[in-house]
Design a protein around this ligand. Structure first.
Ligand SMILES: *Cc1c(COP(=O)(O)O)cnc(C)c1O
Length: 389
């Protein structure tokens, strides 16, 4: 089998006159009398769509898949295609805010019930399974605390009870984690993040095996979350460098996490590659590398001090989203979890001083220097309070 870096670079062999890259086919009208199946963008079967799916299938070791206009289009289409009125689904305790909102606003209308695992252990999933449970949905590593769930453990539990499994693999990317090869039935991506990788594209994907794909496709056609040809072209450009981008982000993140761990202004660092991380051993077992995402807690709970730190950063941009070539940072309390009441948020482990960092591909020295000079700015505050971790 070809290695991932090679898969990323090479697409399908084109006719000599087409050059090495797949041409952009902008048509929404295709002749039907000469083709075996009707081709149409919303049928997810144009050349540009299919070539991206082929590449993603090779990277995720899946059989087939679909490309969507956003991560949420992929997630909602797959969930609503497989869950029916009366069904119950189990979700990871920490899930993406948009997915949380989908459950809380849209599930009841469809008479679908759901529970969250009570923690990140396999038993915490077993505890909430009911006779009518049809699906377990995992997000690992989680957002923003990078908690790792034992994928093979949950798959075993699900298979014993004939329950399907889905996994949002956005944070790891297929370079660091291949859930299908660990037994997961269906993988989801917000391609807006690592797969796109340049903070300029919005798309989603699902990768699975034929049988499940055939259950989802007719509904995906009805929901209509398909992607256009021009974006497919840009995705193909992005995917060529996916492996080297993610490898660099892995290396940079490890250096940055090790640096942060040693600073007195930091209370704790959440990075699955640090042996101190509570789920480090599982991460090592099921991930090829630990990724570019981390969170850390400043040794302060004052928003003004968090703001002082953010103001001082010059290279690292306080921004939403993640997974791009540039390092970006955000305060979950002020962004992804702004609508969660403070007390509840703190119970989830998301304090006012928590920051989430998406490490880019810049020089690790420059990223660390930027963090270092911004931490210097708040040193006196930490000392003044005689903070004891
Ligand atoms: C961003 C994100 C999504 C949603 O993707 P969109 O492309 O914004 O719709 C889903 N899951 C995770 C883990 C994400 O980070």
């Amino acid at each position: 089998m070809k290695s991932q870096s090679t898969i990323c670079v090479h697409g399908k062999k084109r006719k000599p006159e087409e050059g090495l890259n797949t041409p952009i086919y902008p048509s929404s009208a295709y002749r039907y009398r000469e083709t075996a199946e009707n081709v149409y963008p919303r049928y997810y079967n144009t050349i540009n769509q299919q070539e991206i799916v082929d590449k993603l299938c090779q990277l995720e070791e899946g059989e087939t898949g679909l490309l969507f206009s956003s991560g949420m289009a992929a997630i909602s289409t797959c969930l609503f295609s497989l869950l029916e009125p009366g069904d119950h689904a189990v979700f990871s305790k920490e899930i993406y805010g948009g997915t949380f909102s989908l459950l809380s606003k849209e599930f009841a209308k469809r008479q679908i019930s759901y529970s969250f695992a009570t923690g990140s252990e396999v038993e915490d999933y077993a505890d909430v399974i009911r006779p009518e449970t049809q699906l377990i949905y995992l997000e690992t590593p989680s957002n923003p605390l990078l908690t790792i769930v034992d994928i093979e453990g949950v798959v075993k539990l699900a298979q014993e009870k004939d329950i399907r499994t889905m996994l949002d693999n956005t944070f790891a990317s297929p370079i660091n984690q291949q859930p299908l090869s660990l037994g997961i039935d269906l993988v989801l991506h917000s391609g807006t993040k690592y797969l796109g990788g340049h903070s300029d594209l919005s798309f989603g994907a699902m990768i699975t095996y034929e049988e499940l794909h055939n259950l989802i496709l007719p509904q995906a056609v009805n929901y209509g979350g398909n992607l256009n040809a021009l974006d497919c072209y840009l995705i193909d450009r992005s995917l060529k460098t996916l492996e080297i981008r993610v490898e660099r982000q892995n290396e940079n993140a490890m250096k940055v996490a090790t640096f942060l761990e040693q600073r007195p202004e930091i209370k704790s660092v959440f990075y699955p590659g640090l042996p101190k991380h509570p789920t480090y051993e599982i991460a090592r077992k099921q991930m090829k590398n630990f990724g570019g995402m981390m969170a850390f807690e400043l040794a302060t709970d004052e928003m003004v001090e968090v703001d002082l730190f953010l103001d001082r950063l010059s290279l690292i941009q306080p921004s939403l989203s993640l997974g791009g070539v540039e390092s970006i940072i955000c305060s979950p309390a002020q962004t992804s979890h702004i609508k969660v009441p403070r007390e509840e948020r703190i119970k989830l482990g998301i304090s006012d001083g928590l920051l989430r960092l998406s490490v880019g591909i810049e020089s690790p020295r420059d990223i660390i220097d930027d963090l270092s000079q911004a931490l210097d700015k708040i040193t006196h505050l930490v000392n003044q309070k005689a903070y004891h971790p």
